[in-house]
Design a protein around this ligand. Structure first.
Ligand SMILES: Nc1ncnc2c1ncn2[C@@H]1O[C@H](COP(=O)(O)OP(=O)(O)OP(=O)(O)O)[C@@H](O)[C@H]1O
Ligand SMILES: O=P(O)(O)OC[C@H]1O[C@H](OP(=O)(O)OP(=O)(O)O)[C@H](O)[C@@H]1O
Ligand SMILES: O=C(O)c1cccnc1
Length: 488
């Protein structure tokens, strides 16, 4: 289901006011339809990591497909007033918006692809007014979903093949923060969600256990387990820590033994407090002694990739991880700082544009950019950002934007592919959106092609990703020229 259906209203006003004021200004200047190119990219991996998982393209496509100002939207805009009470926009501009049809070319990196700083995740090329207007929503969608997919990928890595269930809805940032994050978490690595609407909308497997209230609602813990076991003889996971965890495990075992003759299958227990290493080891021993070798131990309680890694190092006997708050909110880094920058504008010829910054890394990249990824049989080797309109040298050099003395020439015989694929052509969607299981499988393959030193959480190595040498030189010349001009 499209986000616009969820909110059952047009999303065309889901943008910052300044996008509309600039649109009006462009229109008045006769610049509205001048061809322009923008890139959406981030500058730094989230969570101090060594890679980022792109996500959100499906929702971006849905948003762009539905981009049309409705009569209600236009009426709202006509009624907007400036500081002196005057109408903010002329009626003729409102009429222009009313007949506007999205007509940009959009190229983007497929969801689940691993990406690196400065690489365009989305490139929008088309009428300046339109390409500008979509800045904010594209950033809203791609920043958030990419952030959550990356967090989930880290958590799944830490779980080392164990099942990870996303339990975060109650702590999510609002309704869409729960829904789009559940989808992004599934792309990144979560195996299931507790969020039923996300399950229905996106066809994500749903899983769950029961709450403490279930146990509290009965006279005894034993009664509670028995009642749950009778209701779900093949799908029971008992939460054992309401009163005393190890006593709870023993009660769960005795209930399972009592129900077994009736065909009960003892699915698992869940630990939700206390020392999860010690308790899981004790619980495993009790379960094994009773012959319940296949019964799972689920753990939850403020888990993230660091705690899961620590618990595993301690020898915890947990094989299912319920992860809520820290995954759904990307707790340790609540936003990805993706930006959307103008890189070229056509006035007869293409004119390249940059945004200067004190830091070279923050200066935007000019051109109509594409990303080439070099790889061999096992690994991704390096990424090169280049200007599609300029010829490439036979042996291109890749220049690290953070340290221009670091240059790389890709080994001979390396294969390559381009990361940005066509999504819209002249406003028409030409991209077949992959289904969610395919996107999820793509993430897994992508991460497996990165060296372990890039995948680790602590001080990962940086993957070689940078500007093609000529583009780097062109950018430097542009910076020097612009600085020369602005210093005068
Ligand atoms: N072996 C361990 N090493 C490090 N941290 C652990 C370990 N076991 C559990 N933790 C974490 O310690 C924190 C404290 O857990 P604890 O159960 O004491 O508090 P709590 O969450 O307030 O419990 P309750 O839900 O009963 O109120 C949790 O974040 C938990 O994930
Ligand atoms: O800890 P999270 O990763 O967010 O996982 C979700 C948590 O939500 C539930 O309890 P809830 O937080 O409602 O109550 P509790 O903290 O008292 O267990 C569940 O028992 C988990 O502890
Ligand atoms: O099903 C569960 O165990 C669950 C669901 C949401 C949050 N915490 C736990």
């Amino acid at each position: 289901m499209a986000l616009s259906e969820i909110y059952s209203t047009s999303l065309s006003l889901l943008t910052d006011l300044y996008q509309l004021t600039m649109a009006y200004g462009y229109w008045k200047q006769g610049m509205a339809e001048r061809e322009a190119v923008f890139h959406l990219y981030f500058r730094k991996h989230p969570f101090g990591g060594g890679y980022t998982v792109a996500a959100g393209l499906e929702h971006a496509v849905e948003y762009l497909q539905a981009l049309k100002f409705s009569d209600n939207d236009l009426a709202y805009l006509s009624n907007l007033k400036g500081s002196q009470g005057q109408p903010l926009f002329e009626q003729e501009f409102i009429d222009y918006l009313g007949q506007m049809e999205f007509s940009c070319d959009v190229d983007a990196v497929p969801e689940g692809t691993v990406v690196f700083p400065s690489e365009p995740l989305v490139r929008v090329r088309g009428p300046l007014l339109q390409a500008q207007l979509v800045e904010t929503p594209l950033l809203t969608i791609i920043n958030f979903e990419t952030l959550i997919a990356t967090k989930a990928a880290r958590i799944k890595e830490a779980a080392k093949g164990d099942t990870v269930i996303e339990f975060g809805m109650r702590r999510a940032q609002g309704i869409d923060g729960a829904l789009s994050a559940a989808r992004a978490a599934y792309i990144g690595g979560a195996d299931a969600t507790s969020n039923l609407l996300a399950g229905q909308l996106y066809d994500i497997p749903v899983r769950g256990t029961h709450a403490h209230s279930w146990v509290q609602a009965f006279e005894t813990e034993e009664d509670a387990f028995e009642a749950y076991g009778e209701a779900f003889p093949k799908d029971s996971v008992f939460l054992v820590d309401t009163y005393n965890t190890l006593e709870g495990v023993k009660r769960a075992i005795s209930v399972a033994q009592k129900l077994q003759p009736k065909g009960f299958v003892f699915g698992g227990i869940r630990l939700d407090s206390g020392d999860l290493t010690y308790l899981s080891q004790q619980a495993r021993q009790l379960l094994d002694e009773a012959g319940f070798h296949d019964t799972s131990i689920v753990a939850s309680n403020d888990l993230d990739e660091h705690l899961i890694t620590h618990l595993k190092q301690e020898g915890a006997k947990i094989n299912v991880w319920g992860v809520g708050t820290k995954m759904i909110t990307a707790y340790d880094q609540p936003a990805l700082g993706g930006v959307y920058k103008l890189a070229a504008i056509k006035d007869g010829e293409w004119e390249y544009k940059i945004k200067l910054s004190e830091q070279l890394a923050k200066t935007s990249n000019p051109g109509i950019l594409q990303v080439r990824r070099y790889y061999n049989q096992e690994r991704y080797l390096a990424d090169m950002i280049y200007n599609e309109l300029e010829p490439l040298p036979n042996t291109p050099q890749i220049v690290d934007p953070l340290d221009v003395t670091r240059r790389k020439t890709v080994e001979e015989g390396a294969k390559h592919k381009e990361l940005l694929v066509p999504v819209f052509q002249k406003g028409q969607s030409i991209y077949t959106l992959p289904d969610l299981p395919s996107i999820k499988a793509h993430t897994k393959t992508e991460i497996s092609r990165l060296h372990e030193s890039i995948r680790r959480y602590m001080n990962p190595h940086s993957y070689p990703a940078g500007l093609e040498g000529n583009l780097h030189q062109f950018k430097l010349d542009m910076i020097l020229k612009l600085k020369g001009k602005s210093d005068k």
